[in-house]
Design a protein around this ligand. Sequence first.
Ligand SMILES: O=c1ccn([C@@H]2O[C@H](COP(=O)(O)O)[C@@H](O)[C@H]2O)c(=O)[nH]1
Length: 272
Amino acid sequence: MAGFGERLQAALAEHGPLCVGIDPHPALLESVELEADVEGLREFTQRCVAAFAGRVAAVKPQSALFEAFGAAGIAVLEEAIAGLRAAGTLVVLDAKRGDIGSTNAGYARAWFGEGAPLRCDAVTLSPYLGPESLDGIVAAARADGAGAFVLCRTSNPEAAAVQTALVAEGETVARSVARWAAGHDGDVGLVVGITVADARRELDLDRGEVPLLVPGFGAQGGAAADLVGVLGEAAAGRSLASVSRDVLRHAGSVEELVEAVDGWASAFAGQR
Ligand SMILES: O=c1ccn([C@@H]2O[C@H](COP(=O)(O)O)[C@@H](O)[C@H]2O)c(=O)[nH]1
């Protein structure tokens, strides 16, 4: 079975860097005249799956916004993941989990292996209980041909104080996370916000092969040109550029969503 890193590179080569998020905020549902209830959630999500499957390198459902609807919301998430994967589209579940190893084993059972209810291609993980606490869950992912993106330099401004703190002479917390991620043959990547102006230098992104998941385009201010402009050509070539709200506000119909996706895809293509 091909590993996640290899499958990601193939998806990037076929579709370009665009990764579309499915973030069913109640206000977004209402903005396209759906009720902010489970029926509205299902309709919104089905439109997204119809528009995104087979069209982009990856889709990133935001777990929190499905969990907010309880068991019925998680059932909608399960269906969406299965539908996207059946179409050959990579699914990166944005869950940002990370606990002690024995508890992480529970997350691994939810996400990886034959019959796992939320079986996906990659998940986002928090390394702030120590990156090595993620060793078991990463091993479970890789055994299933899946991978992970660990939070490194996130797009929210509050994160900088913690993530740029020094853990050793000249090494920031984020840099130590990146060093740990690099030991996984491209199956473990980093979350680096496009809003982090100095990420290229800070994380030495011109070197290495660690893939990146790059949020912050559209609603948080990032433009397509920033992918190469901020991260540099080398890192941009191994990045998934994630856009959620700026596409999802077009969820009035599948056709409008397709148009929004194609607009972002062309904008990224124009940078290469
Ligand atoms: O550093 C991070 C990590 C993850 N996110 C997630 O991305 C989307 C926000 O996307 P928009 O395009 O701004 O709507 C959401 O799921 C976040 O949890 C992030 O924004 N920053």
